[in-house]
Design a binder for this molecule. Structure first.
Ligand SMILES: Cc1cc2nc3c(=O)[nH]c(=O)nc-3n(C[C@H](O)[C@H](O)[C@H](O)COP(=O)(O)O)c2cc1C
Length: 221
């Protein structure tokens, strides 16, 4: 099948776009508002986007009921800080609960029964049961052009200033995702949990068959 997004004439019962960009990691974002009240919400438009310094982004689509930006976006922009908590199979129900729409200033973590612990370098707290936390300093936002103003997207970027990794998810010095079982978002209401991994070495320029092609590829990646 083929469709053009301007017409969105896919003819399917549900919009297939989000099933075509999978799996999406879930950035479970803690922020604080100006008064210091904590907020927690999941975002699957989320990823790592740089390494020196490590950088992440999440994208908020649409608005808060009062017409302003969603809390996570507004708070990150106002206070300059946020925390990414890794969402796991064990925390899937709590993660989902924290996506519920709440009035500003309501703490979704308390509603989901989650204990929070203080961060070291930023004010937003961390989800205690999450095995990995990234404390972040906001760097910039990009407001993307939108054909539907109600679905306008703002991409929030931040630099990771420190990382917490629970010791029991390390195996021989490596983060062992099979112990963590991170969850990711697919299309529709579907999710996936990472249960297994495989390893591939990157080809070495000049040594593998077709190395001329490899050299060209590596220039681009
Ligand atoms: C798994 C999952 C992923 C989500 N991803 C996004 C996303 O990428 N962008 C977005 O705007 N909302 C996303 N949502 C919805 C937000 O979590 C929801 O709008 C939430 O109320 C926003 O909270 P806030 O206003 O406290 O920031 C997602 C919800 C779930 C359950």
């Amino acid at each position: 099948m083929y469709y053009e997004t301007a017409a969105n004439d896919h003819g399917l019962p549900h919009d297939p776009f989000l099933s075509c960009v999978v799996p999406r990691p879930i950035g479970w974002v803690t922020t604080c508002d100006r008064e210091g009240r904590a907020n927690l919400a999941p975002f699957s438009f989320f990823n790592g986007v740089g390494t020196r310094p490590p950088q992440v982004m999440f994208s908020t689509v649409g608005a808060h009921a009062d017409g302003g930006f969603k809390d996570s976006c507004a708070n990150a922009e106002t206070t300059g800080e946020f925390v990414i908590n890794m969402a796991t199979w064990a925390l899937r129900e709590e993660m989902n609960l924290t996506s519920a729409y709440m009035a500003r200033g309501v703490d979704e973590a308390a509603l989901a029964g989650l204990d929070m612990v203080p961060s070291r370098l930023v004010a937003p707290p961390r989800v205690k049961r999450s095995p990995i936390h990234l404390e972040c300093r906001y760097s910039m936002s990009v407001r993307l052009p939108a054909t539907d103003p109600e679905a306008a997207a703002t991409v929030v970027f931040g630099a990771v200033v420190c990382v917490h990794i629970r010791d029991d998810v390390l195996t021989e010095g490596r983060v062992d995702v099979t112990k963590i079982r991170p969850i990711s978002r697919l299309g529709y209401m579907e999710y996936a949990a990472i249960e297994q991994t495989f390893t591939m070495e990157r080809p070495t320029v000049g040594e593998s068959p077709g190395h001329h092609l490899n050299r060209e590829l590596m220039k681009r990646t």
